[in-house]
Design a protein around this ligand. Structure first.
Ligand SMILES: [Zn+2]
Length: 129
C-alpha cells in the first residue's frame, strides 16, 4: 500500500479539506485556547485545578463539584455545559473568552464591595436555592 499518496494534502482525516474547520470544530479549538488562560485553568468558585465544566450564563469555568452546585441552582440562573462532551457554539465560546474566570471574579468582587449585604443574599440564594 502506498500510504504517502493517500496522505497528500491532509492527515488521513477522511476527506476533510485542509484548514477547513466546521463551525463546531472551530468552536472546540477556540474553547481549548480560552482554557489555556491561567485564570481559566482553575475553578472559578473553589480554585480546584483543571475545571472541565462551565457556566455559560456566568461565563466561568467550574470543577466537577461546583458544576453540581450550579446545576442544583437551576438553568434559569446558571446554565452549565461540559467542556469536552457538550456542543458549543462560537458565540458561547467568544463569551467565555470575553469574560472567563478573571473578569468574572473582578466583577463579583466589585459588586460585593458596593453591595455587601445584597451580594451575600444573592450568593446564598444561588447556592442554597
Ligand atoms: Zn470548584
Amino acid at each position: 500500500m502506498d500510504m504517502a499518496r493517500a496522505g497528500a494534502g491532509g492527515r488521513g482525516g477522511g476527506g476533510r479539506k485542509p484548514g477547513g474547520l466546521t463551525p463546531e470544530e472551530q468552536a472546540e479549538a477556540e474553547l481549548r485556547d480560552v482554557m489555556k488562560h491561567p485564570a481559566n485553568a482553575i475553578c472559578a468558585d473553589c480554585s480546584a485545578p483543571k475545571p472541565r465544566f462551565a457556566s455559560i450564563t456566568l461565563a466561568i469555568f467550574l470543577c466537577n463539584r461546583c458544576y453540581g452546585l450550579h446545576r442544583g441552582v437551576g438553568a434559569h440562573v446558571t446554565r452549565t455545559k461540559c467542556v469536552a462532551l457538550d456542543r458549543w457554539s462560537l458565540l458561547e465560546v467568544q463569551r467565555m473568552r470575553r469574560v472567563g474566570n478573571s473578569v468574572a471574579a473582578a466583577y463579583w468582587e466589585r459588586l460585593s464591595l458596593l453591595f455587601p449585604s445584597c451580594f451575600c443574599q444573592i450568593f446564598l440564594l444561588m447556592i442554597l436555592g
